[in-house]
Write a protein that binds this ligand. Structure first.
Ligand SMILES: Nc1nc2c(c(=O)[nH]1)N[C@H]1C(S)=C(S)[C@@H](COP(=O)(O)OP(=O)(O)OC[C@H]3O[C@@H](n4cnc5c(=O)[nH]c(N)nc54)[C@H](O)[C@@H]3O)O[C@H]1N2
Ligand SMILES: Nc1nc2c(c(=O)[nH]1)N[C@H]1C(S)=C(S)[C@@H](COP(=O)(O)OP(=O)(O)OC[C@H]3O[C@@H](n4cnc5c(=O)[nH]c(N)nc54)[C@H](O)[C@@H]3O)O[C@H]1N2
Ligand SMILES: [Mo]
Length: 754
């Protein structure tokens, strides 16, 4: 039974599936090798990746095969031919963090091609250093909820503040604080405005005013607000002069002096479909009161996703409240737990990864581009680069067949490497698309330390169950491989799990001591519950010192100021990322030509009932499916015009792919918008075949695999048009929550894998 920690005001139910579904049929119990691979290559028997049965083998055979595959790549093209970006969240805990383990392993054997950025906020994190000099306001330093409750009159939330998303944080969560933070603001009299295609992105208790512009049109809306401030003289000229550079260029753009049209409220209204009068009134209200502008990460997960972030900073600068308590801007308040809470000033322990001797890397969301176009030149963040020639893909703790866009394209790209190796606890699509699958323990089957920078507690995470089948810890698997590749001691440093936990904990104690916290010794820590550290001191509002005296506290930008025009970006000459915030029309949004054919905008958000795709096979996630398919929320009017009723199985499709889903009629979504959470396991009707129907409801068979722009090259999952129709015919059986066909090993020596 799962009991919440008594110190948690708003416990999440997500952990329930960890217990109930650990031993589900989808569990990987033994090392397994794709039969075609075992028999001598990917073409053998027509069994391409994602197709064909697996043969279960013993650990020694599997580890020998992996070591040989790695050795082949190293001896032919060198370590650059190994791709182990291995993006993914894996599970809570500091030592068994899969990405740290795989990166450490790769580093001790000579390195690998890696990835930079993440799928969460790749565009924001690449853009903001140009604008603010660093990533303040995105990763840390957000103005605190206490300040907002005390001082803000209005909070405007682009993308809402869904409490469902603040259930999680990497490293683990102690206290879930978003709900109480929002309610405290409401009690203090703060007015909320939620700008989102989805009404219940904001909890009803907040009584937020709901504005639902067309998805992807937020920049137009912000420009309309900015134009109103400018022509009505409501902008803070003093702040703009003292603290920003390039406002004149931005103002020229707003006024249409760039050979364009003036970006008036009327101009914005036509694009975002909100009345011009409402846009004007919102601008005046923002200027009248202390206004905090919040934006979720989702808005930058879109084509030209750099622009909404830059535009928000520009709007906040015009309001002149940056640095004041309860005013200004901030990103990600409703995205993970703990944003807007002061950080404990401790460097929490992490498994040391060492240094990667290979310098080659790709922006994380360009994986299919890399596999399909080795050697091809591309632009990224001011540099021209070439995609590396990758021969082997190694993943531990992530699910690219969940997280990547345009899965049919990924299916094609995935046939390119010579070997794909995956550590998994469950038969996810990524495991099914591997050549060698090594069974990994879950967090209940190993000891660890749980804590995160956004929480003020550190907790032992005890092993409470024996590993399922022959599952091993990622660390143990990599230790065995490192030994085979001549780097065993370098990888383990002679320590086992307990040895590492003791070392990491003692480093934590030293860190804590440095800032005046005394932690008990390891034995006491290990036998006790979570250790709650004193709440850290209240932080200053974001950019407070800078705004008070920009000359004394300049930003690390070329001008030392907030850059509303960037000479550096101008020098890149990117047509898709101009040097000031600008409206660029995405290829897919409701105003596009393409909407005539696929007239619905698909929002694929984070799921309420799981973490990404994890435990999609669990009770909590399955209870929410209808007809076993992922629910797709659709406005009753859009459903009626298509003859769709509540609970109907529907086919959701566009030029890239199609999936089944179950219609869920709801007036919580804007007309013209359909919403389907991410996370349903990809379940192809014809496994391994690009373009085949996904029987289950993974929105990534529909999303577009294109970089946000040449600047960030991040994911643009949320710029996606689809059409929906009632599904007629026999409903195909789901197979993704069962293991693939498994065969016992034949007792002969395995052939060479290449
Ligand atoms: N359309 C669309 N797509 C999206 C997004 C979106 O908004 N829309 N969001 C994107 C974002 S922000 C993110 S962060 C990604 C998330 O993408 P991922 O992080 O790749 O998704 P997860 O489902 O968390 O995958 C983690 C996998 O690791 C496995 N795992 C867990 N613990 C361990 C372990 O200890 N060892 C090993 N070996 N494996 C383990 C789990 O079983 C699971 O399959 O998705 C992205 N994709
Ligand atoms: N329970 C749970 N929590 C999670 C996760 C999970 O998988 N499960 N994943 C975690 C991770 S890795 C991340 S990165 C974060 C993601 O955090 P976010 O990026 O905030 O997550 P989303 O749920 O994708 O999007 C939030 C809302 O943005 C709105 N939105 C979409 N497009 C637009 C638009 O064009 N304009 C406006 N104004 N609004 C729009 C949608 O209505 C959507 O519900 O969540 C984290 N929290
Ligand atoms: Mo994310």
């Amino acid at each position: 039974m799962l009991l919440p920690w008594e110190g948690d005001p708003d416990p999440s139910r997500l952990g329930e599936s960890l217990l109930s579904s650990r031993l589900a049929p989808a569990r990987v119990l033994r090392p397994a090798v794709r039969r075609g691979f075992l028999e001598g290559g990917k073409a053998a028997g027509g069994e391409h990746r994602g197709r064909g049965p697996f043969v279960e083998v013993d650990w020694e055979t599997a580890l020998d095969l992996v070591a040989r595959a790695i050795g082949d790549v190293r001896s032919t093209v060198g370590n650059e031919g190994l791709y182990a970006g291995s993006y993914g969240w894996s599970s809570a805990g500091r030592f068994h963090h899969s990405q740290s383990q795989i990166h450490r392993f790769m580093n001790v054997i000579g390195g690998c091609t890696r990835s930079v950025q993440n799928y969460s906020h790749g565009a924001g994190e690449t853009l903001l250093p140009y604008v603010l000099g660093d990533r303040r306001g995105l990763l840390n330093g957000q103005t605190s909820w206490e300040d907002i409750a005390r001082h803000a009159g209005t909070v405007v939330m682009f993308g809402g503040a869904p409490v469902r998303n603040a259930q999680v944080n990497s490293g683990g969560v102690g206290r879930h604080v978003l709900r109480e933070s929002l309610l405290a603001c409401r009690e203090a009299g703060v007015r909320f405005v939620s700008i989102s295609p989805v009404r219940d992105d904001t909890m009803p208790e907040l009584q937020a005013r709901w504005l639902a512009p067309r998805p992807g049109s937020d920049v137009a809306l912000i420009l309309g607000l900015a134009h109103t401030l400018l022509v009505e003289g409501l902008h803070d000229k003093d702040f703009l002069a003292r603290c920003t550079s390039g406002f004149d260029r931005f103002a020229d753009y707003l006024m249409g002096r760039d050979e364009g049209v003036p970006r008036t409220a009327e101009w914005a209204a036509a694009l975002c479909e909100l009345p011009a009068a409402q846009i004007r009134e919102l601008a005046r209200e923002m200027a009248r009161s202390r206004t905090m502008l919040m934006m979720s990460w989702s808005l930058q997960r879109a084509e030209f996703g750099e622009q909404p972030y830059w535009a928000l900073v520009a709007l906040a600068s015009m309001l002149g409240q940056v640095g004041l308590p309860g005013g200004g801007f901030g990103f990600g308040y409703g995205c993970v737990n703990g944003v807007g809470r002061p950080l404990v000033p401790i460097n929490w322990p992490a498994m040391p990864q060492g240094k990667n001797p290979v310098t080659q890397s790709i922006p994380v969301a360009r994986i299919a581009d890399m596999l399909l176009n080795p050697g091809k030149l591309y632009d990224f963040d001011g540099h021209e680069r070439a995609f590396p020639h990758v021969r082997l893909v190694y993943w531990a703790g992530g699910n690219p067949f969940h997280h990547h866009q345009d899965l049919n394209r990924l299916v094609r790209a995935w046939q390119k490497p010579e070997a794909v190796i995956v550590h998994e606890s469950f038969w996810t699509a990524t495991a099914r698309f591997a050549d060698i699958v090594l069974p990994a323990t879950t967090l209940l089957e190993r000891n660890d330390i749980a804590c995160s920078a956004r929480d003020n507690l550190v907790s032992p995470s005890h092993r409470i169950a024996e590993p399922a089948g022959q599952a091993r810890n990622d660390h143990a698997i990599f230790a065995a491989l490192a030994l085979r590749l001549g780097a065993g001691d370098t990888f383990t440093e002679g320590l086992d799990e307990e040895g590492w936990l003791r070392r990491l904990y003692s480093q934590t104690c030293e860190q804590a001591q440095r800032v005046g916290y005394a932690l008990p010794d390891f034995e006491i820590f290990w036998q006790g519950g979570p250790i709650v550290l004193p709440a850290p001191a209240q932080s200053m509002p974001l950019l407070a010192a800078f705004a008070a005296d920009p000359a004394a506290n300049p930003l690390p930008t070329p001008s030392g100021l907030i850059e509303l025009y960037s000479d550096k970006i101008a020098s890149y000459g990117y047509h898709d990322c101009p040097p000031h915030p600008a409206w660029l029309e995405p290829a897919e949004w409701l105003g596009a030509q393409a909407a005539q054919k696929h007239p619905l905008h698909l929002v694929s958000n984070a799921p309420a009932n799981k973490l990404h795709s994890q435990y999609d096979h669990g009770d909590l996630s399955r209870a929410d499916k209808l007809n076993g398919r992922e629910p797709l929320r659709i406005h009753p009017q859009d459903a009626a015009s298509r003859g769709i009723s509540q609970g109907d199985v529907v086919r959701v499709f566009n030029q890239r792919g199609a999936c089944l889903a179950s219609a869920c009629l709801s007036d919580q979504v804007r007309c013209g918008v359909v919403q389907m959470a991410t996370g349903a396991w990809y379940d192809p009707l014809v496994p391994g075949e690009p373009g085949t129907l996904d029987k289950h409801g993974n929105p990534n068979v529909l999303t577009r695999d294109v970089g946000t722009s040449r600047l960030a090259q991040a994911t643009s999952a949320l710029s996606c048009l689809v059409e929906v129709q009632r599904f007629v015919g026999e409903l195909p059986t789901l197979t993704c929550h069962e293991p693939p066909p498994l065969q016992a090993a034949v007792a002969t020596a395995p052939a060479s894998p290449t």
